[in-house]
Design a protein around this ligand. Structure first.
Ligand code: HXC
Length: 519
């Protein structure tokens, strides 16, 4: 074959591979409002940065005459490229080839990419759109999934792993995303479930739509499986790019420093009056967050799930930080099963990837009741406790108002190896609130007073005594549990100074095979 013909052969093969499952199937994908695998990669990566691997791989299955249907690339596009100039590895399942279902060779392609990402220390981003295991391949498809899962497990805590769901994601297809650090879903055409509606109907008799079973908002609000939801595929992909900006490429690196014009000593006067006079009145902790972080930019994780706790990324003085804050606006900011799971997972991500944690505390306690106890609030709360106590990254805590009981301890108290604990003058650090404490300590005396007015006066007096003792930060500061009481408007400066001082912090854990946190 002449030289030019060889070049032509290459170009023809490339162009064939780029057609995936063919024009008809691409048109169907577009009709459903979905992008193709290659279009998604183009949206994700810096323009022209994508380098593709394994474009000429084809499946090896001969069951059911499968050898007669073969597509170059076999159902997944893999390679590397950059986001804001930083290296990432990416795979995008191609629904136009056998519904993006996973074959033995697809798994090999994905595993090759993950192995390389691990060697060079770069994030892995998976764009999923798949009907699950390729049925025709039987155990080879299952083995393929298992190979991927094992790599997800080994890569966990070494390189960030990010999954986006852009289509049906059924059966085995959900477990690789579930093993990764963050799951993005798009409100359009994005579903995750172990078994689809037909199987649900057969086994349990329940009638349910795909949306209700595993749509984006179901996983964002009810199950907590999805960390981020975009209105469209495009918006979802933009959110992935934004997330990558806050995190390091691997566990040996720091997150990128992003210079800011926002002065580190900016005073925020509104914070001096943000806490309402009435301790039972709510305010929005996100107003505190946006007031203290660089340029007011907060990238919230799990926005729609367990909103009584707010977690997410921001920068302070150019440094990337993870923020954990009770939200008084939702259920008075109590901790419960879901918020504990959410907080623990986030804290552990930050700790694994060297991201300092800033904790803002205003928590009346754990939510009581059978609903919580039967759901294992003890074990879920312990996860959060474990996560904060285990974390060795710089930890700065600011108590804004209430910090009661077990929830006080869980929210990165001094004894959980938190480095710097500040409190606002409005802080109240105690075993419980005044009314609960008065009831416990003076219950008998209260019952003995028959006149209601007298009884109310007695309760008010006892509550006042209790508040005089504990409704302030000085009782805790007296023992050094609080390092300093700070003026709220100066919080940004004090926290940034603390983070700067802690930037060379070294702390460790005892040698062990791995921890056994209460899962
Ligand atoms: C082989 C598959 C496939 C699969 C879809 N296709 N899923 N081929 N194996 N798992 C093919 C279809 O035959 C079709 O081929 C093309 O992909 C597009 O599929 P459609 O059904 O036409 O598309 P749509 O109507 O959009 O429905 C998508 C779907 C549905 C909801 C994903 O295809 C579906 O229910 N698939 C099966 C899902 C599933 O149960 N998977 C197995 C899970 S078990 P043509 O040639 O017609 O275009 C599993 C075990 C792993 O994954 C466990 C590991 C822990």
């Amino acid at each position: 074959m002449a030289f030019e013909e060889k070049i032509k052969e290459l170009l023809d093969k490339r162009s064939l591979a780029k057609q995936g499952g063919g024009d008809k199937r691409i048109a169907k994908q577009h009709e459903q409002g979905k992008f193709t695998a290659r279009e998604r990669i183009a949206l994700l990566l810096d323009e022209g940065s994508f380098e593709e691997f394994d474009m000429f791989v084809t499946h090896r299955c001969v069951n059911f005459d499968m050898q007669k249907q073969s597509f170059l690339g076999d159902g997944v596009v893999t390679g590397y490229g950059t986001i804001e100039g930083r290296l990432v590895y990416v795979f995008a399942q191609d629904f136009t080839v056998f519904g993006g279902s996973l074959s033995e060779t697809m798994a090999l392609k994905i595993c090759k990419l993950m192995d390389q990402a691990m060697k060079v220390g770069a994030p892995v981003i998976g764009l999923n759109d798949s009907g699950g295991a390729r049925i025709q391949e039987g155990s080879n498809a299952l083995a393929g999934y298992s190979e991927i899962f094992e790599r997800n497990i080994l890569a966990s805590g070494v390189v960030p792993q990010i999954s986006a769901i852009f289509g049906p994601c059924a059966g085995g297809a959900v477990y690789s995303p579930a093993l990764t650090d963050f799951i993005f879903m798009s409100k359009e055409n994005s579903y995750m479930f172990l078994t689809g509606p037909k199987v649900v109907k057969t086994v349990t008799g329940e009638d349910v739509t795909v949306d209700k079973l595993g749509g984006a908002m179901v996983h964002a609000t009810k199950s907590g499986v999805a960390h981020f939801v975009g209105e469209t595929e495009e918006e979802t992909i933009q959110k992935i790019r934004e997330l990558v900006g806050y995190i390091p490429s691997n566990n040996f690196e720091e997150a990128p420093y992003v210079a800011t014009e926002d002065p580190i000593d900016r005073l925020e006067d509104t914070l001096n009056s943000i806490i309402p006079e009435n301790p039972n009145q709510a305010y929005d902790v996100k107003d505190v967050i946006t007031a203290i972080v660089d340029d007011g930019k907060f990238f919230e994780v799990h926005e729609h799930f367990a909103a009584n706790l707010v977690v997410g990324f921001a920068r302070m003085g150019g440094m990337s930080i993870g923020l954990v804050a009770n939200q008084p606006k939702v259920m008075a900011g109590v901790l419960d099963c879901n918020s504990s799971r959410k907080g623990a997972r986030f804290v552990r991500f930050c700790d694994a990837f060297n991201i300092p944690i800033v904790t803002l505390v205003d928590v009346p306690g754990f939510l009581p009741g059978t609903g919580q106890e039967y759901n294992g609030v003890i074990v879920h709360g312990a996860k959060m406790l474990y996560a904060f106590g285990e974390a060795t990254v710089p930890k700065v805590t600011v108590t804004l108002r209430k910090s009661y009981g077990g929830a006080h301890i869980v929210m990165s108290c001094k004894q959980l190896r938190s480095d710097i604990n500040y409190a606002w003058p409005t802080a109240q650090i105690a075993v419980m609130g005044a009314s609960g404490a008065t009831e416990v300590l003076h219950g008998r005396a209260i019952k003995e007073i028959t006149d209601p007015e007298e009884q109310a006066a007695f309760i008010a007096k006892k509550e006042q005594e209790y508040n005089d003792q504990f409704a302030n930060p000085y009782n805790a500061a007296k023992y050094g549990y609080i390092d300093d009481v700070i003026e709220p408007r100066n919080t940004r400066f004090r926290v940034i100074r603390a983070l700067q001082a802690l930037s060379t912090k070294k702390d460790s854990l005892p040698i062990k095979k791995h921890c056994n946190l209460p899962l």
